[in-house]
Design a binder for this molecule. Structure first.
Ligand SMILES: [Zn+2]
Ligand SMILES: [Zn+2]
Length: 121
């Protein structure tokens, strides 16, 4: 069985539109909420697009506001967004792979994954 670090602490930083997670291996990830919503893993957002994650266009502020975060079993969590969208299941493995810190993502995130209101071409 493979082991993946899981979040032991989750804090929503509404002032900076970020969700901060401390993982069980002490790694700290600060996810811009625009990144989490833009890459929402639910079937409605992702369709059957294959391997590459599809980016969701974000045009309203409520889309990146976190209402609630809830665990799903012992492997994932769901986020309820300000516009009521709550079908995305973020596995801990996926979350960790999405970590935008310089150690995990040395090349940095593209601008549209970083800032609200910036859309991919
Ligand atoms: Zn979705
Ligand atoms: Zn990281």
């Amino acid at each position: 069985m493979s082991y993946y670090p899981y979040p032991v602490e989750i804090e929503y930083k509404s002032a900076t539109d970020a969700l901060q997670m401390v993982f069980s291996d002490d790694h700290v990830s600060v996810f811009p909420t625009v990144l989490l919503r833009g890459l929402c893993p639910c079937a409605k957002c992702q369709g059957h697009s294959g391997d590459r994650a599809k980016w969701q266009t974000i045009s309203r502020r409520t889309q990146i506001e976190v209402e609630n975060v809830q665990p799903v079993g012992s492997y994932a969590l769901t986020i309820t967004w300000g516009d009521g969208h709550d079908t995305g299941i973020y596995s801990f493995q996926r979350l960790r792979e999405m970590c935008p810190c310089p150690e995990c993502t040395p090349e940095g995130l593209p601008a549209y994954q970083r800032e609200f209101g910036v859309q991919p071409e």
